[in-house]
Design a protein around this ligand. Structure first.
Ligand SMILES: Nc1ncnc2c1ncn2[C@@H]1O[C@H](COP(=O)(O)OP(=O)(O)O)[C@@H](O)[C@H]1O
Ligand SMILES: [Mg+2]
Length: 306
């Protein structure tokens, strides 16, 4: 059975009369990577701060491994590893010395755990070098290693790829996926970049104006929204073919170069192509023109999702 590591129920945050987070509920399972996706100011950081005790919950609750952070914060937070802002690292010390320093702040972390986390975040080879020689991505990963020292059940990261170059983003993604898969660590991350969330997460929670607009598994993120499919059909006489399609099926068509471009129900695609062939119009290619991810995201946020 897969366990729920985190249950957020009706989380709400009010600043005076302004609602920053409005009745947000979601779960995170063991080994699952959940992404909070939304534009700047949507409320992602506030959700994360409430979960980690950095911001007082106005109403609602969070349970971590079955323990409410309201009634037993100490016990609940023991299962959490988090980086909210940039981690505090000492540049003049080596990665290992930094980890040792933090390990000493907790009780009962065996020495072997330092080696373990260094390996987990892929810093084993550089762990004896001074942190000031690290790239930003390496510093981020050392911060995560630090957050993992006490073996938390859930890792919470607010915009972990901010400021990273594409290579750093890729390394971070590989490492987080590995962590979820091998250690069964649940991961909650936030980002305002849809493509990044799509590549990293199992589940994406779309947050806008403090509300949870939609929670969906990433597999479905592109397919679910495309009940209709936009396709480009390459033909010799696109204007003529376009008119035939418009007249016969009532679809609105555009012409782009040699292509007739048309958004149609997927079940109509074979009918349309058969019809063109029956009208002696040879087809040289059919391609799906996918809605851009950004457009899809905007559709969900603006309620045009169909
Ligand atoms: N300390 C604060 N006081 C008042 N308003 C705040 C405070 N922190 C955040 N907010 C407001 O709450 C909303 C959500 O902010 P935030 O959670 O930082 O969004 P995100 O992380 O998605 O960019 C924003 O409108 C922001 O201005
Ligand atoms: Mg934020």
């Amino acid at each position: 059975m897969v366990n729920k590591v985190l249950i957020a129920t009706n989380l709400t945050k009010k600043y005076k009369d302004r609602i920053a987070v409005d009745n947000v509920s979601f779960d995170v399972y063991e080994g699952e990577i959940v992404g909070l996706l939304g534009p700047n100011g949507a409320g992602k950081s506030t959700i994360i701060k409430m979960i980690t005790g950095l911001s007082k919950i106005t109403s609602g609750d969070v349970k971590i491994c079955g323990v409410s952070i309201k009634s037993n914060f100490e016990k609940a937070i023991r299962n959490v590893g988090a980086i909210i802002e940039t981690p505090t690292l000492y540049g003049y010390m080596s990665g290992k010395q930094n980890l040792r320093y933090y390990a000493n702040l907790y009780k009962g972390i065996p020495k072997s755990r330092i080696e373990e986390v260094a390996e987990l975040v892929g810093l084993k080879d550089r762990i004896k070098d001074k942190v000031k020689t690290y790239s930003l991505g390496m510093k981020q990963r050392l911060g995560i290693a630090q957050a993992l020292l006490h073996n938390p059940k859930i890792l919470i990261l607010d915009e972990p790829t901010n400021g990273l170059d594409p290579n750093g983003i890729l390394e971070m993604r590989i490492f987080l996926k590995n962590l979820a898969k091998k250690e069964k660590t649940a991961i909650l991350v936030s980002s305002h970049i849809l493509s990044e969330m799509e590549a990293l997460c199992n589940t994406v929670a779309i947050i806008d104006h403090g509300k949870l607009k939609q929670m969906r598994s990433v597999k479905n993120l592109s397919s679910d929204l495309n009940v209709k499919s936009k396709i480009a059909i390459k033909v010799n006489y696109p204007n003529f073919a376009g008119k035939l399609i418009a007249n016969k099926f009532g679809y609105k068509v555009d012409v782009a170069g040699q292509n007739v471009v048309c958004e149609m129900l997927e079940k109509d695609i074979p009918k349309v192509t058969s019809y063109l062939i029956s009208m002696k119009i040879p087809i040289f290619g059919i391609t799906a023109v996918s809605k851009s991810l950004e457009q899809m995201f905007l559709d969900v946020v603006n309620g045009n999702d169909n």
